[in-house]
Design a protein around this ligand. Structure first.
Ligand SMILES: [Zn+2]
Length: 386
């Protein structure tokens, strides 16, 4: 096992999941344990590559394909939902000055939801799309000409062609990072900008245990990767997008040696995160022992909700999920219906909060009608410090 960023060998993992069932970032169950290693050299965290990586992204990784305008809620402010792609576009426009008529490639784009919205406000942009699956092509054809789309292989005419290459939540899935960065470098013209968003494992702890995220980037490991792949003027922002690192980097003519930045506390934080997840597993097990006899609901039908469900579903009577996202309501997850929060059945006595622990209490406490019902409310970090 070697680091995807600096290629140094790993020792023992900092985390090994207790369960032999793991979750993907799309909330599907897969067999197999999750292990996470921490690189003492460059500060990268890494899990094992999926043994069927190519076919998984070609056939199985179906992000939001069921509904044309499906999106995830980034945050709710004063009752108004801000969707993730709208936020991503706003950050992109704030960070980049895209010249008139710019050639932009969305690399590993899936539905290209963000760059599609870019076209709506910047008709002059010449958008190109690339991914390692054909399943998005029918969707792409509604807004990009077919000769500006490619799958699996990059057309030779695209080399040194682009002013901007974007990558939204793609690099964390890719085992062969060096090859991918070399490809992106080749696609850009000198002075062109690589703009990307990847999960910040220390800002969104779910990233740590998602089985299809083989890379868990940290600021130093991302800096090492970009500086060693022919990029300069590297800026990495951990604030612009909650739970993510947003970066810009400019292509230089020659690929230089990578530069190491301060990574002193990364390993200790990785160890702590491993312990944190082990604490969550213990917390869920305790709550099941204490409250698992009655009817149970889970608030949140995203990753955290699915993580809880995968842990409790054989021991508890899981009646439903609650989710504020109207796109989720009416669907099912692990055969349980997803309801609007106000539709919580009276018979439910225990509510697991399946939200990012950083915001979980704030979200639940903003609904006094829910907290006044006398439910046992279980937060994932309830007993992690026991
Ligand atoms: Zn490394």
């Amino acid at each position: 096992m070697k680091c995807n960023v600096c290629h140094e060998s790993f020792d023992e993992p900092v985390y090994r999941s207790g369960s032999h069932t793991s979750l993907t970032s799309l909330c599907e169950l897969r067999s197999g344990q999750v292990s996470v290693w921490s690189c003492r050299h460059c500060g990268h965290l890494q899990s094992q590559t999926l043994d069927d990586e190519a076919s998984y992204y070609k056939n199985d990784y179906k992000i939001s394909l069921t509904e044309e305008d499906e999106d995830q809620i980034y945050e709710v402010v004063d009752g108004q939902s801000l969707f993730r792609t709208d936020h991503q576009l706003a950050v992109l426009l704030r960070k980049l000055s895209i010249k008139s008529g710019a050639r932009v490639l969305d690399f590993g784009c899936a539905k290209a939801s963000t760059t599609r919205k870019l076209l709506a406000v910047r008709e002059d942009v010449q958008l190109h799309l690339f991914d390692v699956s054909d399943m998005y092509k029918p969707y792409w054809s509604s807004f990009v000409a077919s000769d500006a789309c490619a799958t699996f292989a990059i057309p030779p005419s695209w080399n040194a062609r682009f002013d901007v290459v974007t990558s939204f939540f793609a690099l964390e899935h890719i085992g062969e990072l060096s090859d991918t960065l070399a490809t992106i470098w080749q696609l850009l013209e000198v002075g062109g900008v690589f703009y990307g968003v990847v999960p910040d494992t220390f800002g969104n702890v779910a990233d740590f245990v998602v089985v299809d995220h083989v890379n868990h980037f940290t600021v130093p490991s991302l800096h090492f990767l970009l500086s060693g792949s022919g990029f300069t003027d590297i800026e990495i922002d951990a604030q612009a997008h909650r739970g993510a690192l947003v970066f810009t980097a400019t292509k230089v003519r020659e690929v230089l040696s990578p530069s190491l930045t301060d990574r002193d506390d990364v390993h200790e934080r990785a160890v702590a995160l491993g312990q944190y997840w082990q604490g969550i597993d213990r917390c869920i097990a305790q709550a099941v022992a204490q409250h698992g006899a009655g009817e149970v609901a889970i608030y949140g039908a995203g990753f955290y909700g699915a993580y809880i469900a995968s842990a409790i579903r054989s021991d508890c009577n899981l009646v439903c999920f609650l989710d504020a996202n109207p796109f989720q309501q009416g669907k099912t997850l692990f055969e349980a219906p997803i309801l609007a929060p106000q539709s919580l059945p009276e018979s439910v006595s225990t509510l697991f909060v399946g939200l990012n622990p950083a915001i979980a209490r704030q979200v639940i406490e903003s609904m006094p009608w829910l907290t006044a019902r006398g439910l046992s409310i279980i937060y994932l970090d309830n007993c992690s410090h026991d």
